[in-house]
Design a protein around this ligand. Structure first.
Ligand code: AMP
Length: 214
């Protein structure tokens, strides 16, 4: 099962991608996570990516396309994957189609999780991320067991710079301008499936599972 998740920042792509990955035993590949890991390790890629991420801008295509194309050649992705946060531009989507074609394969679905803008700012202000392992929580929807601490590793939880309200507004603008055109792109390829992302997390997953099959 080869899947791409679409939807604006905060729509719940990451949460659903993780559940899909577990249910279908395929790797969850998040470019945002890859960049954050690089920032944490202080790599050159991380330093470059951070300047864009902190402003709510997209990291340039050339920094992300080869990285994903390489990741898709790993053994664990042979029978499938769920891509979360990639592609985010038409050139990235075209590069993905091309890379898969060269590998003799193609995508099965592009799942778009639909949530109106006004819901997003509210949601993202409540998001908290672990400084250490990157696990994500929400003050209202997925609270940690102990306030301010990660359930998994006990480290502090923070509001990520890119989840701050002014950055969220910018990220939504960037989404509408650069990423939303992908909906039409995947519709044209007959791969687009849309789900309502305003309902409970498990209901969103039920809708996705109905598309993917049990
Ligand atoms: P995410 O965790 O997917 O919301 O990504 C966080 C940030 O990482 C984004 O706001 C972008 O700055 C950057 N990023 C992640 N994936 C991509 C991508 N495919 N293309 C460009 N920038 C990306």
């Amino acid at each position: 099962m080869k899947i791409v998740m679409l939807g604006c920042p905060g729509a719940g792509k990451g949460t659903q991608a993780k559940i899909i990955a577990e249910r279908y035993s395929i790797p969850h590949i998040s470019t945002g996570d890859i960049f954050r890991a690089n920032i944490k390790e202080g790599t050159e890629l991380g330093k470059k990516a951070k300047t864009y991420m902190d402003q709510g801008a997209l990291v340039p295509d050339e920094l992300v396309v080869d990285l994903v194309a390489d990741r898709l050649t790993w053994e664990d992705a042979r029978d499938g994957f769920v891509l979360d946060g990639f592609p985010r531009t038409i050139p990235q989507a075209e590069a993905l189609t091309k890379a898969l074609k060269e590998m003799g394969t193609e995508l099965d679905y592009a799942i778009d999780i639909e949530v109106p803008d006004q819901n997003i700012i509210e949601r993202m202000g409540g998001r908290r991320a672990c400084v250490s392992c990157g696990a994500t929580y929400h003050l209202v929807n997925i609270p940690p067991k102990t306030e301010g601490k990660c359930d998994k590793c006990g480290s502090d939880l923070i509001l990520r710079d890119d989840d701050k309200p002014e950055t969220v507004k910018k990220r939504l603008d960037v989404y509408h301008e650069q990423t939303q055109p992908l909906i039409e792109y995947y519709q044209g390829l007959g791969l687009l499936r849309e789900v309502d992302g305003t309902v409970q997390m498990n209901e969103v997953f039920d809708a996705i599972a109905a598309i993917l099959g049990a």
